[in-house]
Design a protein around this ligand. Structure first.
Ligand code: A2P
Length: 276
């Protein structure tokens, strides 16, 4: 699996390249569990690790990266500004200190709390200071993008949203991609609840793959960067084995048909909390 990174990245508007597959560590406990998951992922060839200030596990992520022996410049490290705080530049310095690195590769506004634009000058300051090689957003709608672009000096490079065949949000994906923003999927397995779906399971059987691999592969074929989360070694390994098969048009069409969002331009279903 050592060639995941080189074989499979997408260019960002800022000039760097983001891996198509990464490990998400949302809801991974700080300490041994998180360190172990990140270590296993790096050993398996993952080169993108996605954390956040709100996850409270940046220390463990940083320790695992240092202990892995993988050179820092080979790893794409994302963290996110917690918008309950006020100063993205200050919080970026704190994140970098906790992570024990000189910079992160991507710094996202975690969700548009208080509106989509107020945090952006501070995000740009973190970018200008070299604390973040690229900046972007998470849980932003099409409406939020329009507001942000009206004020941005540095364009957002990424929007990270919950995306899966069931949460396809095609209107959102198409608009952001047309604006040169890479779309990234968190919870591609629906935090596990999509794994038992009859259509997903049937397609998995047809390809002799796991339901998780089918959902992750769907995201790859939609040109998304995708962040499956697991704390289990075997799952971390098999979730990355998605570059040696392809879903055909019929399978992709069946999966597309599972969309429950009506091709929405929103980032979340109405009434949903950011963190659910
Ligand atoms: P665990 O971390 O115990 O392995 P998502 O990526 O959509 O957020 O989904 C994460 C959930 O899916 C977690 O509960 C994770 O459990 C589980 N999961 C991740 N990969 C697999 C897999 N290959 N098979 C079954 N469950 C998985």
């Amino acid at each position: 699996m050592s060639n995941i990174e080189s074989a499979t990245t997408r260019p960002l508007s800022t000039g760097s390249a983001i891996p198509r597959l990464g490990l998400g560590v949302w809801q991974v406990a700080d300490g041994h569990e998180c360190e172990q998951a990140v270590r296993w992922a790096l050993e398996a060839g993952y080169r993108l690790i996605d954390t956040a200030q709100a996850y409270r596990n940046e220390d463990s992520v940083g320790r695992a990266i240092r202990d892995s022996g993988v050179p820092r410049e080979e790893i794409f490290l994302t963290t996110k500004f917690y918008p309950g705080n006020r100063d993205p530049l200050h919080e970026a310095r704190e994140s970098v200190r906790r992570l024990g690195v000189d910079y992160v590769d991507l710094y996202l506004v975690h969700w548009p709390q208080g509106g989509p634009t107020w945090a952006w000058p501070g995000m740009e300051a973190a970018y200008d200071a070299g604390l973040a090689r690229a900046i972007g957003v998470s849980n932003f709608s099409v409406h939020d993008l329009a507001a942000l672009r009206a004020v941005a000096q540095v364009a957002p490079a990424v929007n990270q949203v919950q995306l899966s065949p069931f949460e396809y949000r095609r209107g959102l994906i198409d608009t952001y991609e047309a604006a040169g923003v890479v779309m990234q999927s968190y919870s591609p397995l629906g935090t596990g609840r999509h794994l038992g779906d009859a259509t997903v399971t049937r397609i998995a059987g047809r390809y002799t793959r796991s339901p998780a691999q089918v959902l992750i592969r769907w995201a790859i074929q939609k040109n998304l960067s995708v962040l499956p989360k697991s704390v289990h070694h075997d799952r971390i390994l098999t979730n990355a084995q998605v570059f040696d098969f392809a879903l055909d048009d019929a399978a992709m069409g069946e999966l597309d048909g599972l969309d429950e969002t009506g091709a929405t331009t929103e980032a979340l279903a109405a009434g949903r909390k950011w963190w659910r």
